[in-house]
Design a protein around this ligand. Structure first.
Ligand code: BGC
Length: 345
């Protein structure tokens, strides 16, 4: 009898140890925010901007942030997703890469893990946190129109090169649609449409083709972000031309071009604001809450849409004052005079 009681107690202890270790495995996963970034070269934001901001907010709240970068490789994206899910995640935050986010989101959902699509929409995500991308596009379209107006060029007859981000990025489509709504309303049309890309050098090559095709007769360029714009501006400069060019991200190169007048404006999307909104949401989900968001995407995904800010030369100092760019990085020798003129210090 005594023996069996002891045996029973041993068995019970073993079971509870198993349960405990089971629990602690789940708890380790439940404490983790698993985050996948898309690349390190399509702009300057993901690694230097978003990563530290997300990491700081999540770890300050006592959670683990496992942040990895797919380096522009969709199969690597899938592998990272699988590895993270094996280790365990309490929430997943994914920046899509050419549609690779959807499969990872589906696997996470199957395991009951909430998914936040960060910056780029993902089919099947529970939430989408981004800037109002349509508004970003409207600002870019307006940038082109403002630049043409300043040059006394009628948008209806202007020779404009249209370009956009990677067509596999749903966010790039929203930006393009926003830009087109403004340009169409002004009676503008594309003299040449470049294939969409987030790869700067590819944008440069495509623009070179546009330039040749149009014999250099270009009045303005609709460019989706500062990185693409910089590669386009390099071709224009090589040919001794300055025309209105749009962009987004308020990157150092973009802000320099805006100060120099080679880019008309940039759309500033403070990554700290975006990272804070997404981390707050992630923290609530990690705590088991079910936050509600009033706005929705067309497919019904709850959408937290933040307000972008248009930055012209006279506004560049505000980005520096907000701590999102350093005057020492922007005001290099060739930009120093423009910095002095526009009070960037
Ligand atoms: C982001 C932009 C970025 C681009 C390239 C977009 O989805 O919204 O801020 O410049 O991707 O990385």
């Amino acid at each position: 009898m005594k023996k069996s009681v002891i045996a029973g107690a041993v068995a019970l202890a073993a079971v509870s140890a198993m349960l405990l270790s089971g629990c602690s495995t789940t708890a380790a996963g439940a404490n983790r925010a698993c985050i996948i970034l898309p690349d390190a070269d399509s702009g300057t934001r993901w690694e230097p901007g978003d990563r530290p901001a997300l990491e700081k907010a999540l770890t300050a709240a006592g959670f683990e942030a496992d942040i990895q970068n797919a380096q522009n490789d969709t199969s690597k994206y899938a592998t990272i997703g699988d590895q993270m899910l094996t280790k365990g995640c309490g929430v997943m935050m994914l920046v899509d890469l050419q549609g690779a986010g959807a499969a990872v989101a589906a696997k996470a959902t199957k395991q009951g893990i909430p998914v936040i699509a960060y910056d780029r929409p993902i089919t099947g995500a529970d939430y989408y946190v981004s800037f109002d991308n349509t508004r970003v596009g409207e600002m870019e379209g307006q940038t082109v129109l403002d630049g043409l107006k300043a040059n006394g060029v009628d948008p209806k007859s202007a020779s404009i090169v249209y370009s956009s981000g990677d067509p596999a990025d749903g966010n790039a489509k929203m930006v393009l649609d926003g830009a087109l709504s403004v340009l169409d309303a002004a009676g503008a049309h594309a003299a040449f449409t470049m294939a969409g890309t987030w790869d700067g050098p590819t944008a440069g090559t495509e623009f070179e083709q546009a330039y040749t095709k149009l014999n250099g007769k270009i009045d303005a360029v609709l460019a989706p972000n500062d990185n693409n714009a910089a590669n386009i501006i390099a071709i224009l400069s090589k040919n001794g031309k300055t025309v209105p060019v749009s962009g987004q991200d308020a990157s150092v190169a973009g802000l320099q071009n805006v100060l120099l007048g080679t880019q008309t404006a940039t759309v500033y999307k403070p990554f700290k604001t975006e990272a804070a909104a997404a981390s707050d949401l992630a923290i609530k989900l990690l705590k088991g809450e079910k936050p509600t968001v009033s706005k929705k995407l067309a497919d019904g995904t709850p959408f937290m849409a933040l307000d972008p800010i248009l930055i012209k030369a006279a506004d560049v100092h505000t980005v520096v004052e907000a701590g999102d760019a350093k005057a020492s990085d922007i005001c290099t020798t060739d930009v120093a005079a423009a910095c002095a003129k526009y009070g960037v210090k």
